[in-house]
Design a protein around this ligand. Sequence first.
Ligand SMILES: C[S@@+](CC[C@H](N)C(=O)[O-])C[C@H]1O[C@@H](n2cnc3c(N)ncnc32)[C@H](O)[C@@H]1O
Length: 494
Amino acid sequence: MVNLKWKGKEDNKEIHLKKFTTPPFHVLDNYLPKDFGIKSGERWQNLLFLGENQALMNSLLNTLENKISLIYIDPPFATGGDFNLKIQIGEEGKYIDDIAYKDKWEEGLDSYLSFLYQRLVKMKRLLSHKGSIYVHLDWHISHYVKVILDEIFGIENFRNEIIWAYPAASAKTRRFFIRSYDTILFYSKSDNYVFNDDPNIYMEYSNRVKNALKKDEQGIFYYRGGSHNGKKLSRKVYVVQEGIFPRDVWNDIPYIRANTSEYQGFSTQKPERLLKRIILASTNEKDLIADFFCGSGTTLAVAEKLGRHWIGCDINSHAIHISRKRILNINNSNDIMNWKKKYNKKAHPFKIISFKKEFETNLISKEFLNKTAQIVPVSLIHGSQDLSVQIHQNYNSIIIELTNYKISFLDSVSRKIRDKITSFSDWIDYWAIDYDFKNDIFNIMWNSFRTPKNRELELKSKSYLYKKPGKYKLSIKIIDIFGIETQKTYEITI
Ligand SMILES: C[S@@+](CC[C@H](N)C(=O)[O-])C[C@H]1O[C@@H](n2cnc3c(N)ncnc32)[C@H](O)[C@@H]1O
């Protein structure tokens, strides 16, 4: 067996065996719509984790070892570059660019390989016996990672090297051929793995076949062809299915464009149709799917629409925020089984969790600050923004109105951003209300937020009717354009 060696690999030997201890989770948000409930026997609640994925995996190994049916990851590709994300401001098309994540590895390839190796070993432990993993990479690193996957999963469990080919933007270089595909490495945990021959994963017929198709008297398509003993025939060959069983070169799925409804403003966002094929092929309904580098939440959105359970994780709070809005707004997105229709269903219950420590050290990106203020103290970020609201109460009915929002470190914010703000609401990206805040867990009961296509924010909530008189805690949560969360809680008597 050939194994890849690099500096630092041996330091990771024990991770194949170890049990891990992790600090307790803190629930940032809970989405538990009343009409859904969590039916008895269906206790699973989907999970979005803000933080380092290794920490999450360590924790999941205590409860979900051998339980996850599919893992799709689209990790950094060791490109040496930074990847952007557009932060939109207000309603008039203004935006600022932020770095979504850095893909620079100070100790080069060795440190990248150690990073991925440690995590892949844990992913294998989390996968169920019939489970599969898809690792999305490109020419930078896929050849090394394939050797590592052979070592971890066994060369006999290699299934495909999928080439996702897309038309590349024209490149300046004339020194080599233009690179225009990504590689997705597909391994199963064992030989007895789920793989569905589902017509919904089929590829379209080539134009040559489509042009040659004719309809017979009963409206069934056929083409003239076939062969016998090496001789070409021209008999009718009936086409019984829509498309062909997929090959390992996928050239029928376009890259995301900024003008599509799917676009979330995340530069490395992958198309939902790519995940549809993977999820339908490798899982069944209610199976659990994880994406430990979830970015804008593509895997989670497709899993949700296809009735699978999901776990998503990202270290970047903007990525988690984009995913949160994407799932909350899923009813307005395209139906994955019929792209021309709206999905029109609300998301299943999910919660957003983090380790308290990671949530608290989430700082403001340097690009947003003026040159003299390179850093904003944590004490000025968390809990110290000035939020004003008006509570309009009429007997048992409540309407909340946002009336002002000021950030505490305004002097440190760059001119470039301040000039784009014309009203207090331009700072705000999202807000939500929990009318009955209990046990320190914020239940999203009403919300309004801006999306890339719908920039409007409602500043007044719909009226909410309390069913029983009594004292309640009403909590309001704001997320601003920097991703800072501010929560204020009020006591009300009904
Ligand atoms: C290529 S993007 C994923 C894009 C995603 N597939 C989509 O469709 O939007 C990689 C993501 O991995 C996240 N990431 C990088 N290192 C991480 C880590 N150690 N733990 C959790 N997330 C990480 C980055 O913040 C980034 O959002």
